[in-house]
Design a protein around this ligand. Structure first.
Ligand SMILES: Cc1cc2nc3c(=O)[nH]c(=O)nc-3n(C[C@H](O)[C@H](O)[C@H](O)COP(=O)(O)OP(=O)(O)OC[C@H]3O[C@@H](n4cnc5c(N)ncnc54)[C@H](O)[C@@H]3O)c2cc1C
Length: 414
């Protein structure tokens, strides 16, 4: 299903089979076009899009920065949409936000933040936030050291299987007429008289060319490398912010938790029930190493274990780790802010040669992949002088659970 032969010509060529690549393909074919193809060098979703915290969320902590308000609003709208179109893949999850004893003065801040979060979600939102008495939290999570907290707030967000979502969107794209070639690596893009000429390395090692009028570069952390290798201008600088997670045995968490880091630096570690496991993450650090070999290091593992062990009587050690994984947040560079405060908002760079347009995506979130893909589709519509609307909000252009093919997960998944 995802191993279509390479076309020699296509109107839209999408590079990269993460959530954004498949999202752009789905958007395009949902408009009623079939002239789009996607190329992925490994398997779909095998990079960042299977290494996330798996939350479909507005991002409560982004509300600390007023400039992120629009992004939170958009993400909350997308959250309700995904809960609607893929209810078997995206489901509500309760999250507990505890305040440490010494942080009692921040109670009003979190109250305001959660009220705003509820309001931004509007009527389509999930249950509103509430404060939970500490003895109730203790009953629900006997292993949690509740004595560390002055108060605990509960609110709801969405949770997903990120890789499952990539495959669902990809399968929906193929059903609507798109085509995908996994295990093909894009080597170079050059302008030609007929548009862009994209050189692709096939699994046999041969080089094949595809002519495309529009190219959408959704290579995430690899996006600028391709442009530089192709001697094309780089529209934006970006940085890679590495995040790592631990997947541990299930300890019966009935809700997710925001655990404040021990350094008092405002960082948060999530502890989430996920698919019968406990997911603990994430770290944040600038990454400038090999993009094809991103993994958690000993220090990150130690940091996550120590945060968990500070709050839970059931300690985790390295022997409890079922799997670890790390991914890169590819963020448009914002020199004025620290790495955890660099905006998660996206930008789309444009490179034009004659009538041919190359769009390069920077930033983005799993949660907002659909609306961002729609914006990219709208830009292509404008460029083509056509006006077919995106239909990805309509469950009819989605394959249902039963029709999603059983695709083996990437080998390193568990
Ligand atoms: C630690 C962490 C936690 C996160 N948590 C959340 C969260 O809870 N909620 C949320 O909404 N977002 C979250 N995000 C953000 C979200 O995961 C990313 O925004 C999203 O997955 C990026 O997808 P992408 O398609 O842009 O990139 P990728 O998934 O990286 O896809 C790029 C693809 O391009 C392919 N590729 C690269 N080079 C070539 C080439 N030359 N030829 C062909 N293919 C190539 C790669 O193999 C890859 O599959 C998180 C991110 C990280 C890192």
């Amino acid at each position: 299903m995802f191993d279509a032969p390479l076309p020699t010509h296509t109107r839209v060529l999408i590079l990269g089979g993460g959530i954004h690549g498949v999202g752009v393909l789905h958007d395009w074919v949902s408009r009623g076009y079939q002239d789009a193809h996607l190329i992925e060098k490994n398997t779909l979703g095998s990079a960042t899009s299977s290494k996330s915290t798996k939350l479909i969320h507005g991002g409560l902590r982004y509300l600390e920065q007023l400039r992120e308000m629009g992004m939170v609003f958009e993400a909350l709208r997308e959250r309700s949409l995904l809960l609607h179109v893929a209810p078997d893949l995206v489901h509500p999850v309760e999250l507990l936000f505890p305040l440490l004893q010494k942080e009692w003065t921040s109670t009003w801040k979190i109250q305001i933040g959660l009220t705003l979060y509820d309001r931004l979600a509007g009527r389509a939102g999930l249950a509103p936030h509430k404060k939970i008495p500490l003895d109730q939290v203790k009953k629900r999570m006997p292993g949690l050291r509740v004595d560390k907290f002055s108060s605990v707030f509960s609110f709801w967000d969405g949770q997903t299987d990120d890789l499952g979502l990539v495959y669902r969107v990809a399968a929906s794209s193929v059903q609507n007429g798109g085509s995908i070639s996994q295990h093909h690596r894009v080597e170079r893009i050059t302008p030609s008289a007929k548009g862009w000429c994209v050189q692709v390395r096939t699994p046999s090692g041969a080089l094949q060319e595809i002519q495309a009028q529009y190219v959408v570069n959704c290579l995430g952390p690899w996006a600028n490398t391709l442009l530089l290798d192709s001697n094309l201008p780089v529209p934006y600088q970006a940085i890679n912010n590495k995040g790592a997670h631990l997947l541990c045995r299930d300890i019966g968490l009935t809700a997710g938790l925001f655990l404040p880091s021990l350094q008092g630096d405002g960082r948060i570690v999530f502890a989430l029930p996920w698919e019968g496991y406990t997911l603990v993450g994430t770290t944040e650090s600038l990454y400038e190493d090999n993009l094809d070999d991103v993994h958690i290091d000993a220090q990150e593992t130690q940091y996550l274990l120590s945060v968990w062990n500070a709050y839970f009587r059931t300690p985790f050690t390295k022997t409890d780790l079922i799997r670890t994984f790390a991914g890169l947040r590819w963020l448009p560079l914002d020199a004025k802010h620290s790495i955890s405060k660099t905006s998660r908002e996206h930008v789309v760079g444009e490179t034009r040669i004659g009538d041919s347009l190359l769009l390069t995506l920077y930033g983005g979130k799993l949660t907002t992949y659909r609306s961002l893909s729609e914006k990219i589709g709208n830009r292509l519509m404008q460029e083509a002088g056509e006006n077919k609307p995106s239909r990805t909000q309509d469950p009819k252009v989605w394959v249902s659970k039963e029709r999603t093919p059983q695709v083996p997960p990437p080998a390193d998944r568990f």
